[in-house]
Design a protein. Structure first.
Length: 94
């Protein structure tokens, strides 16, 4: 299910759901926001012809991503499932 979300849309989806994300545990919020930042860095590394990344910074980002994944794994299943549903299903206008 996590692979169903289109990667390119992830930052927009997280941004569009900022208010709803506030209802989630802090670990879920941190995961979402930091994942957006890491994706932006990855895209910049892929497409910027003049990379501005240092190995030490990249290794620190990898360590931080692993830390966030461990924290996300510790979040209860109900909140992880609700987070996934929030990301996968489009919001309806009321």
């Amino acid at each position: 299910m996590y692979r169903h979300l289109e990667h390119g849309n992830f930052p927009a989806v997280v941004n569009n759901h900022r208010r709803e994300l506030q209802a989630f545990p802090q670990d879920v919020q941190d995961f979402a926001h930091h994942l957006v930042n890491l994706q932006i860095k990855r895209h910049k590394a892929d497409y910027d012809p003049l990379p501005h990344f240092y190995k030490s910074a990249v290794l620190a980002d990898i360590d931080h991503a692993e830390y966030l994944m461990d924290r996300m794994d510790a979040v209860n299943r109900k909140d992880r499932t609700a987070f996934l549903v929030l990301l996968l299903f489009k919001q309806r206008k009321t």
